[in-house]
Design a protein around this ligand. Structure first.
Ligand code: ATP
Ligand code: MG
Length: 424
């Protein structure tokens, strides 16, 4: 229909252009500086996850809706309002992944990855949530993700946190970022604490926001980290979990924090940090900053020992974290990313183009990032090449029938370049 209308408009006015489809709201295109920072974050993540022995895992962008509905809980914002779900042509309800953990847990079960337990995996890629688009909040965004499946050891929690800390330090954004940590205990601790919280909130029902009244029925722990100022006094005066922790749960938390202390990772207790769903256990954490206004969490995660069972798998202890790549990229300093090429070649004589092309191929073949300037007025090519950020520059030309190759730049690199040229 649209096409026919466009065609009719075109036939009246030859100069009329076809209307360009606009991008989907809340998606973004990236080029230049931001794309470079984004890639820098991904590159560092990939380097650091190898240092910690995390295998690369890939899971589909699309999953049966039940994978997320069951694991994220029907009452969470993500499931109730934010999922991109639709019926495919076969009539199956599918969803574009709003997070990684559920898909990885599904893969763990359906592929029988129990045989590799404990399995340490890392991935990154696009996620989709139907949110109100605003600065720093998109409908397609990207995360880094790290998970350890099939380990009930507190050493796994500690290692994940040390990994996260090293990543933030290598990205140069650890300054002003604080690791905040809490424990939700084991099932027994959590149930006892939950009952105490419900009693406390029931006693202050009149002071809670509407959202929190609804949470009281479905997900009372979430009232603790409510951002609504009306809820804060009641949430702040609620009992901590500490009095309800079993000695096993205390030991577990003690082992996690001892691991952090041994590795020299600073942390702060935040007794108000919770994850609402029943399958969360023990460790919950967030790395937070005050540099991004309200969107202060740069990396978050915790232990989810009950999730794989909730998806129909065998009881499996697991822990993981995720971090928004866009948010990390915004924090990366302007000068953190070195985009320079190794070399630019300016061809000042078209007769030498074959030789220049051979040189170009040799440089790239030897692993040097190289660009060539061989178009436009030959006299202007050297200046044009000089404007491209690079560590070295070669001019290939001729004077009085004699060809020359002039090299300038970084001294160690020019030695390498000269050797490659001699071997041509
Ligand atoms: P928020 O409270 O900001 O909505 P959340 O609890 O929904 O966060 P998680 O599901 O824990 O966030 O996702 C972890 C990280 O993913 C966030 O800290 C953020 O960096 C990033 N993130 C989440 N939603 C978006 C979005 N819509 N656009 C960009 N990044 C996002
Ligand atoms: Mg959200």
């Amino acid at each position: 229909m649209q096409n026919r209308l466009d065609a009719a408009a075109m036939s009246k006015d030859k100069s009329a252009r076809i209307a360009t489809p606009q991008p989907v709201r809340g998606t973004q295109d990236m080029l230049g500086d931001f794309a470079d920072r984004f890639q820098h974050v991904v590159d560092r993540f990939d380097r650091v996850r190898r240092l910690y022995g995390y295998k690369r895992v890939e899971v589909p962008v699309i999953e049966p809706t039940a994978v997320f509905a069951r694991s994220l809980g029907e009452t969470t914002d993500v499931v109730s309002k934010e999922m991109y779900s639709f019926e495919d042509r076969g009539g199956e309800s599918v969803t574009l992944r709003p997070e990684f953990t559920a898909g990885i847990a599904r893969a763990y079960i359906t592929n029988g990855w129990q045989q590799y337990a404990p399995l340490k995996v890392a991935t990154h890629g696009p996620l989709f949530r139907y949110e109100r688009p605003q600065k720093g909040r998109y409908r397609q965004f990207h995360q880094l993700d790290a998970e350890v499946l099939g380990s009930d050891s507190p050493l796994a929690d500690a290692e994940l946190l040390v990994f996260a800390d090293q990543l933030l330090r290598e990205l140069g954004i650890a300054e002003g970022v604080t690791l905040t940590l809490n424990t939700l205990g084991d099932a027994a601790s959590r149930d006892a604490w939950r009952a105490a919280l419900v009693a406390h909130f029931e006693g202050h029902k009149g002071d809670l926001s509407e959202d929190s009244l609804e949470r009281l029925d479905k997900n009372p722990l979430r009232i603790l980290d409510s951002k609504d100022p009306r809820d804060r006094p009641v949430a702040d005066s609620a009992p901590d979990i500490d009095a309800y922790l079993t000695s096993e749960a205390q030991d577990f938390f003690g082992a996690v924090t001892a691991g952090l202390d041994a590795a020299g990772v600073a942390w702060e207790r935040n007794a108000r940090l919770v994850r609402g769903l029943d399958y969360y256990r023990h460790t919950a954490f967030e790395f937070v900053t005050d540099r991004l206004g309200a969107q202060g969490t740069v990396l978050g995660g915790g232990r989810y020992d009950g999730l794989i069972e909730a998806l129909g798998g065998p009881p499996t202890a697991a822990v993981g974290w995720a971090a928004g790549i866009e948010r990390l990229a915004m924090l990366v300093a302007d000068d953190a990313v070195d985009n320079r090429l190794d070399l630019v070649i300016a061809v000042e004589d078209d007769g030498l183009l074959p030789y220049a092309m051979k040189t170009l191929a040799a440089m790239r073949g030897k692993g040097l990032a190289t660009e060539i300037v061989a178009t436009g007025s030959p006299r202007k090519r050297f200046d044009k090449a000089g404007k491209i950020p690079a560590r070295a520059l070669i001019a290939i030309g001729s004077r009085d029938g004699q060809s020359y190759t002039n090299i300038r730049g970084d001294s160690e690199l020019t030695i390498t370049i000269s050797a490659i040229i001699r071997a041509l």
